[in-house]
Design a protein around this ligand. Structure first.
Ligand SMILES: C[S@@+](CC[C@H](N)C(=O)[O-])C[C@H]1O[C@@H](n2cnc3c(N)ncnc32)[C@H](O)[C@@H]1O
Length: 228
């Protein structure tokens, strides 16, 4: 730890902050969130995003105390606290838009998928908080790289991905600029959103009635990337 002080008390304000940030209310109030694990902290640094606080087991905090605030099954040895406002924002000519996707694992996975295919991501109101612990983990660092697009600024034509009754995705023009819109896990997309879009469906020759939203997003982005 060099010359700095080592945290030895569970009442330390930084440890208290990390504990609190597991709850959305505190993330919204403070504008901060937590990334756990060396890989995520390195992904942030590679994207030029610096932590407000950095805790490293055995360096500036007693390992057992850091483990006690970790949300991971195998506690992280490095935990960074970041500003939500430091995350990238902006537009790309290909965008994946999520309508009320409520599961944080799905939101994080779709960040990772958008990152893999080089698209931006837009979240409607009612989506899971992408800076919550499960979403951050599932994004595998993509949260620090993928620009978030404002819902009112979706680029190009909108393609509504619907589990049923759309044009087969393979027949749909996906020339950028274009936005692929995915619906919520329970209710899909509302009629008014589909009405202003072209409707596309990934044909499912098997027995399942629909795909998990993250699987649908991955297939659709593969199709988009294969064409461009
Ligand atoms: C679990 S599904 C929603 C199922 C919902 N009961 C419905 O009927 O729309 C969640 C989202 O994944 C996408 N999705 C699932 N299966 C799809 C498919 N075969 N083709 C295109 N999108 C699909 C859609 O965006 C859908 O809104």
């Amino acid at each position: 730890m060099g010359l700095g002080r080592v945290i030895t008390s569970r009442d330390n304000p930084t440890l208290k902050l990390v504990r609190k940030l597991a709850e959305k209310k505190h993330r919204v109030e403070t504008g901060l969130f937590v990334a756990e694990g060396e890989d995520l902290v390195e992904a942030a640094a590679a994207a030029g995003i610096e932590p407000v606080e950095l805790l490293v087991a055995g360096e500036n905090v007693v390992p057992e105390l850091l483990a006690s605030v970790s949300t991971l099954p195998h506690p992280a040895r490095t935990i960074g606290v970041y500003r939500r406002s430091d995350l990238p924002a902006g537009r790309r000519d290909r965008c994946l838009a999520l309508w009320r996707v409520a599961d944080p694992g799905n939101v994080g996975t779709l960040f990772r998928t958008a990152d893999a295919f080089g698209t931006a991501l837009a979240l409607s109101d009612g989506c899971a908080d992408p800076t919550g612990p499960k979403a951050v983990r599932a994004s595998a660092g993509a949260l620090f790289r993928v620009p978030a697009t404002h819902w009112d600024e979706l680029p190009g034509r909108r393609i509504a991905l619907a589990a049923h009754d759309g044009e087969p995705l393979g027949n749909v023009d996906l020339t950028p600029p274009v936005t692929l819109v995915l619906g919520s896990e329970r209710h899909g997309l509302p009629d008014e959103l589909v009405a202003g879009s072209e409707k596309a469906t990934i044909s499912l020759p098997g027995a399942a009635e629909s795909l998990n939203v993250a699987a649908a997003g991955a297939i659709a982005l593969y199709e988009l990337s294969r064409r461009s």
